[in-house]
Every structure is written in structure tokens, then in C-alpha cells.
Write a protein that binds this ligand. Structure first.
Ligand code: SF4
Ligand code: SF4
Length: 188
């Protein structure tokens, strides 16, 4: 494991000792001592990636995933899911490209996990990976094809007009879903 991981582990341990369990934010897993710490780690991670942008194709691949995962409606972002195969073997390699993610937890070979994956703070780009064959290919390039996801087949290619129609349709569907949820939450 890298020096960075060892330091990260020590920081977590120290914080865990200082902050009593009673003051813990219920949204946060035990590995994350506070929201402030979490947002600081996220900011540092983004900054580290951006600094590497001039030299690293991986940064552009990560930026592409981040953008698409956040701006595309579900009907477009999940377009390739029906053609995606394989299961994550928890090798953890995708969380250690360039540097080890501060939320990465290593509990042995093929026994790694993300401490924030099941919380509302998990990055969309991580939850939705892989988005499409290009996304997977760019990641496989960094980790020697070790990721166990793969694609068979592909959806029909979209013209710009088809894309625009699907985009508008997807946005309408998501707005309708949001309204329904808001109505359900307010008890109407
Ligand atoms: S590289 Fe692929 S198989 Fe390994 S942890 Fe990441 S998603 Fe899972
Ligand atoms: S899945 Fe979790 S540990 Fe891996 S890169 Fe994303 S936030 Fe970090």
C-alpha cells in the first residue's frame, strides 16, 4: 500500500479517537469523521486530478464520466447498461489510479470497498461506472485490462436529432419523477 494510504488511515484513526460517536452525523459512515473532512478530501482529490490534466488522459476520462453522469438524464446515461456484462471483483484498481482515493478501504486482496458508496455523498461518476464502452476502455488502459466488466453488443447509433429528442424526453421524465416524489414526501 502507498504511503498516502497509511497516512490517510492514521488521520481517520486519530479523528475517530477525538470525535465521540454521539456527535456523529447519521449520514456518514464510521470511516468518515466529519462532513468537513469529507468535503476537504473531495476537494483535494479533484485538485490532484486537475493538476495532472495536461499530462494524463485518465484525468480527461474521469472528467468525461463526471460530466456525462451528471448532465445526462437516466434514459441516456443508462443506455449501455443492457449490453454491460460482468461483475465487480472488488480489486479496487479503479480507485487507485494516479493516487489512492481517500474513501477507499482495503481489507485484503479482492476485498476492497468504498466507504461512501452507499451514502448520499457517493460521486455519481463512481455509482454509474462504466457508462459506455469508451469509458471502460479508457479505464482499462490505466489498469492493464483488469476490470471484469465488459460489453457485448451496443444500442443503435443516435443522430443528433434523436439524441436531442431522447434528452428532452429524459429530462421531462425526471422532472415528473421529482414532482411525484415531492408530492409523496409532503404527504399530498
Ligand atoms: S476495476 Fe472494475 S472490477 Fe476492479 S473494483 Fe473497479 S469496477 Fe470493480
Ligand atoms: S468508488 Fe469510492 S473509493 Fe472508489 S474512487 Fe469513487 S469515491 Fe473513491
Amino acid at each position: 500500500m502507498t504511503q498516502e494510504k497509511q497516512q490517510g488511515g492514521r488521520v481517520l484513526h486519530v479523528f475517530n479517537n477525538i470525535i465521540s460517536q454521539g456527535t456523529k452525523d447519521p449520514d456518514l459512515p464510521p470511516e468518515v469523521p466529519s462532513r468537513r473532512w469529507m468535503y476537504w478530501q473531495m476537494t483535494r482529490a479533484v485538485a490532484k486530478k486537475v493538476v495532472r490534466a495536461p499530462f494524463s488522459l485518465h484525468t480527461w476520462a474521469a472528467l468525461r464520466r463526471q460530466l456525462l453522469a451528471n448532465i445526462l438524464p437516466d434514459n441516456l446515461v443508462y443506455r449501455y447498461k443492457a449490453y454491460q456484462h460482468g461483475e465487480c471483483n472488488r480489486c479496487g484498481l479503479c480507485c487507485k489510479i494516479q493516487f489512492q482515493c481517500p474513501f477507499f478501504v482495503d481489507e485484503g486482496p479482492y476485498n476492497t470497498r468504498c466507504s461512501i458508496y452507499t451514502t448520499p455523498h457517493a460521486p455519481s461518476a463512481c455509482l454509474k461506472f462504466p457508462l459506455d464502452p469508451m469509458d471502460l476502455k479508457l479505464l482499462q488502459r490505466e489498469i492493464g485490462n483488469a476490470c471484469t466488466f465488459y460489453y457485448e453488443g451496443a444500442p443503435q447509433k443516435l443522430s443528433i436529432l434523436d439524441f436531442a429528442k431522447l434528452y428532452a424526453q429524459g429530462v421531462r421524465q425526471q422532472l415528473a419523477k421529482r414532482k411525484l416524489k415531492e408530492a409523496a414526501d409532503s404527504g399530498d
